[in-house]
Design a protein around this ligand. Structure first.
Ligand code: AP5
Ligand code: ZN
Ligand code: ZN
Length: 213
């Protein structure tokens, strides 16, 4: 399947992605994870992206489309994929359509992680991530077996620099202004499935499975 996950910061895209990926054996491309890796490695891309990310603003369409274009060439992405956090602007959505058209394919489904803004601050400020895998935990809702340590690798967990109540405000503003039009773009094509993203993770997983089966 060719899937897009869209939703505000903290809506659960990164939490559901690995489950969907394991089930359908797809490639999982998360532009946020790829950009954070580039920032950490201080690559030219990372140097360009860092400031916008720390302010909670979107990185330029050209940079992000470039990364996705490159990543989609991976053999594992030829049969299907999950895009988590991309496209986030209508321009990005149009570029993606062009990219897929060239390969004779198209998007199958857009999972919209619909949720009220008021729930998101608690989710964001309690999140801890395992940077190299992108796995995320929550001090209250999804605690790791050992506090501060990744369940699978035993490596330390960190908090994202943009996971503060202050930066969250800018990220939400960017979502409502720039990303909600993407949901309309795909609604017109009849591709959007709305999820109840405020429910507990397991219920969201069940809902995703229902939509995809
Ligand atoms: P990105 O990394 O994509 O961040 P985001 O969209 O803000 O989304 P998050 O990762 O914060 O949320 P999530 O939905 O994955 O939540 P999670 O599952 O972890 O982007 C970061 C930045 O990169 C952007 O601000 C921008 O600068 C740049 N960028 C990235 N892509 C771009 C693009 N295409 N164009 C331009 N710029 C781009 O869950 C959050 C927490 O809640 C976790 O702790 C989790 O355990 C917990 N949780 C999850 N689900 C539940 C549940 N159902 N109930 C209770 N708790 C839950
Ligand atoms: Zn995420
Ligand atoms: Zn809105």
């Amino acid at each position: 399947k060719r899937l897009i996950l869209v939703g505000p910061p903290g809506s659960g895209k990164g939490t559901q992605s690995p489950i969907i990926k394991d089930e359908y054996c797809l490639c999982h491309l998360a532009t946020g994870d790829m950009l954070r890796a580039a920032v950490a490695a201080k690559t030219p891309l990372g140097i360009k992206a860092k400031e916008a990310m720390e302010k909670g603003e979107l990185v330029s369409d050209d940079l992000v489309v470039g990364i996705i274009d490159e990543a989609m060439k991976k053999p594992s992405c030829q049969k299907g994929f999950i895009l988590d956090g991309f496209p986030r602007t209508v321009v990005q959505a149009q570029k993606l359509d062009e990219m897929l058209e060239k390969k004779g394919t198209k998007v199958d489904k857009v999972l919209n992680f619909a949720i009220d803004d008021s729930i998101l601050e608690e989710r964001i400020t309690g999140r801890w991530i395992h940077p190299s895998s992108g796995r995320s935990y929550h001090t209250k809702f999804a605690p790791p077996k050992v506090p501060g340590v990744d369940d699978i690798t035993g490596e330390p967990l960190i908090q994202r620099k943009d996971d503060t109540a202050e930066v969250l405000k800018s990220r939400l503003e960017a979502f409502h202004k720039q990303t909600e039009p993407v949901i309309d773009y795909y609604s017109k094509k009849g591709l959007v499935a709305n999820l109840h993203a405020e429910n507990p993770p397991k219920e969201v997983t069940d809902e995703v499975q229902k939509v995809l089966s």
